[in-house]
Design a protein around this ligand. Structure first.
Ligand code: GLA
Length: 385
């Protein structure tokens, strides 16, 4: 992993010397299991990873928000007014605006900030870099305005606020980015909201492997995402349940459903929720074989029932297993993006090598620093110094 530069230097270089400065750090996340079920209120099991976004902040006395990114994104500046509107689609300023708007809606617009952002979290790589940026900026604005927000309050404003940028996922990404603990996966429950840290056995290793096909969060992929979400909700209504939790207490409901996408969607959601439970148990019992099998079953269900895989992701998963991984599956929304690969520490080098030789060979765009990432469970933003 590259060393992350100190964003305070960038802050001083861009905006000159000034008053008290503080740094907020927000990690990326990778979901181990529990895919396309967070938005139905069912538990998921992600980890926060070592790659992260760091932002240095200084409070201003007016309402101006100025931010610079050390990457190629450049300087942005706007006035923090009540009811902010998005700027041009795809511009990173929208994440800053989304954070300001989320804070503003709940507590009112406040004092602005000067901020500098550094990151070793690759964007558009399925690692929730946009949620990490939004979390870091939200925490910075709150601190600049001497406001303390609880985890619950943050979870109230953040997933909703990301809608501002055109994406409204479930709550998994923000919860993982905020509340993960070093060395642990996070069992995130939504009804009611709770995060239970599950220690990851010391010799378990995870890789995030990019398929090299990007699923842009806007456009077609977003429509597909929303369609999956809508189908899952429609079938629940048709069956007369108020929630998937309630549906799971009754085993016989799929029989009432004719074959088709709604039935498949229902079966994915309910079976994935059972796999999360079993995966937590396997992790607690250090049962790597079972954990790996559950990841593979999850991938099969996402591929065949929910149809959110792609030939490239399927090939990536297959290659990982052929190279010695105990399990692998697409992670995140799918339709491109990344797979999470699980193996024992002793097999890590062979799995990496196998993926490079058999999957990435012949792809001149392959960059190991961005596309094949060691993902060990790290702390979330609320638990980082
Ligand atoms: C995206 C969303 C998450 C979750 C996953 C699918 O990553 O941001 O909230 O819904 O898709 O599990």
């Amino acid at each position: 992993m590259r060393g992350l530069p100190d964003p305070r230097q960038q802050l001083v270089q861009t905006f000159g010397n000034g008053g008290e400065t503080w740094v907020v750090s927000a990690p990326g996340r990778v979901n181990l299991i529990g895919e396309h079920i967070d938005y139905h209120g069912l538990p998921v099991l992600p980890i926060a990873i070592g790659r992260r976004i760091r932002v240095a902040f200084r409070a201003r006395t007016d309402r101006r928000i100025r931010a610079v990114s050390a990457e190629e994104y450049g300087l942005r500046e706007f006035e923090w007014t009540p009811r902010l509107a998005p700027t041009a689609a795809g511009d990173w300023e929208n994440y800053l605006r989304a954070a300001a708007e989320a804070v503003g809606r709940k507590w009112g617009a406040g004092a602005g900030v000067d901020a500098a952002v550094v990151s070793d979290l690759p964007p558009a790589a399925g690692l929730a870099s946009s949620s990490a940026l939004m979390v870091a900026f939200t925490l910075g604005l709150l601190r600049a305005n001497q406001r303390r927000a609880s985890f619950e309050e943050l979870m109230e404003i953040l997933p909703e606020g990301e809608q501002f940028v055109g994406t409204r996922g479930g709550g998994m990404d923000h919860a993982a980015v905020l509340a993960s603990r070093e060395g642990c996966a996070s069992l995130i429950e939504f009804e009611p909201l709770a995060v239970r840290p599950i220690p990851v056995p010391a010799d378990w290793r995870f890789l995030v492997a990019h398929s090299l096909q990007t699923a842009e969060k806007s456009g077609a992929a977003r429509e597909e995402y929303n369609a999956r979400r809508a189908a899952g909700t429609a079938v629940l209504k048709r069956l007369g349940f108020i929630s998937y939790r309630a549906a799971m207490e009754e085993a016989s409901c799929p029989e009432k459903l004719p074959p088709g996408p709604e039935r498949e969607s229902f079966l994915h959601v309910t079976s994935e929720a059972w796999r999360v439970r079993a995966a937590v148990q396997a992790m607690e019992q250090n049962d790597a074989g079972t954990f790996g099998r559950l990841l593979l079953e999850s991938h099969t269900s996402l591929r065949d029932r929910l149809r959110v895989s792609s030939p490239a992701l399927d090939q990536l998963v297959e290659t990982a297993v052929e190279s010695g991984a105990l399990g692998a599956r697409l992670t995140g929304a799918g339709l491109g993006g990344c797979a999470v690969v699980f193996c024992q520490k002793r097999d890590l080098a062979a799995v990496r090598r196998g993926l490079i030789d058999r999957y990435y060979a012949g792809h001149p765009d392959f960059d190991p620093d961005r596309h094949l990432i060691d993902a060990q469970p790290g702390p979330g933003a609320l638990h980082l110094a």
